[in-house]
Design a protein around this ligand. Structure first.
Ligand code: DC
Length: 231
């Protein structure tokens, strides 16, 4: 008996969280959204007006001040920053951009990777992010690299924002997505890259239901069966 872990990595807007959430519900796994942790840390940096990125000890110290924890309410992950539930404050485009910037710094990554690894020791998890299969859970039984063309990802994001009644331009969204991809893929520490043993799933022409089925199929091929799950 052992915990089974599914690692999903991929660029911004590939649908990782929608898919991972649905797969978690189907398999009765815990869903861990690691991007939300980087977003909470980014929120803290912004609130503190932190700009001393070249000062290693200042970076260490601000990371030590930000206590980030996770809790689940009716199966949904909540991110707690120094006692405050910030889950509804971290979903903006601006916080996403700031998260991409601060996530390139090693002290930030070290702190959050430790928390992520701890969560994976405690349950069957499906965890999504940028470095899960390569760094956080290199021994994950199933690894998926979920992607879609930048154009498709921008269109999906555009529709989402429009549905929420937010004014936006498709061109600007695509440019922001491409900038974020570039930063996440070219940073020094744990850049976004497909793990050697990850299965590539390009969702450009797939429906959400098809992607969910494909992930569950991959997990089955990698040894996930009802009777070998740690309950
Ligand atoms: O998945 P997301 O958009 O919520 O992630 C926000 C940013 O956080 C992303 O652009 C890069 C960073 N991130 C990371 O560096 N490593 C992770 N495992 C998850 C997110």
């Amino acid at each position: 008996m052992q915990h089974f872990t599914i690692a999903i990595d991929g660029p911004a807007g590939a649908g990782k969280s929608t898919i991972a959430k649905a797969v978690a519900a189907r398999l009765n796994f815990i869903y861990v959204d690691t991007g939300a942790m980087y977003r909470a840390m980014a929120l803290y940096f912004v609130r503190e007006g932190f700009t001393s990125f070249n000062d290693e000890s200042a970076l260490q110290s601000i990371c030590a001040q930000a206590q980030i924890t996770i809790r689940y309410e009716e199966g949904t992950q909540q991110v707690i920053l120094n006692g405050e539930n910030v889950s509804s404050l971290i979903r903006t485009e601006e916080v996403g951009k700031q998260a991409s910037i601060i996530s390139s710094y090693l002290p930030v990554r070290q702190k959050l990777v430790e928390l992520q690894q701890q969560l994976a020791r405690e349950a069957n998890v499906i965890m999504d992010g940028r470095d899960i299969g390569t760094c956080v859970l290199p021994k994950a039984q199933a690894k998926i690299y979920l992607t879609a063309s930048a154009k498709v990802r921008a269109c999906r994001r555009f529709q989402e924002l429009k549905a929420k009644g937010q004014e936006c331009s498709l061109e600007e969204i695509q440019k922001e997505i491409e900038d974020r991809d570039y930063r996440d893929m070219h940073r020094e520490h744990s850049p976004l890259t497909q793990a050697e043993d990850a299965v590539l799933v390009d969702t450009s022409a797939m429906t959400i239901a098809q992607v969910i089925d494909r992930i569950i199929q991959i997990a089955g091929e990698k040894g996930l069966h009802e009777d070998n799950l740690w309950k």
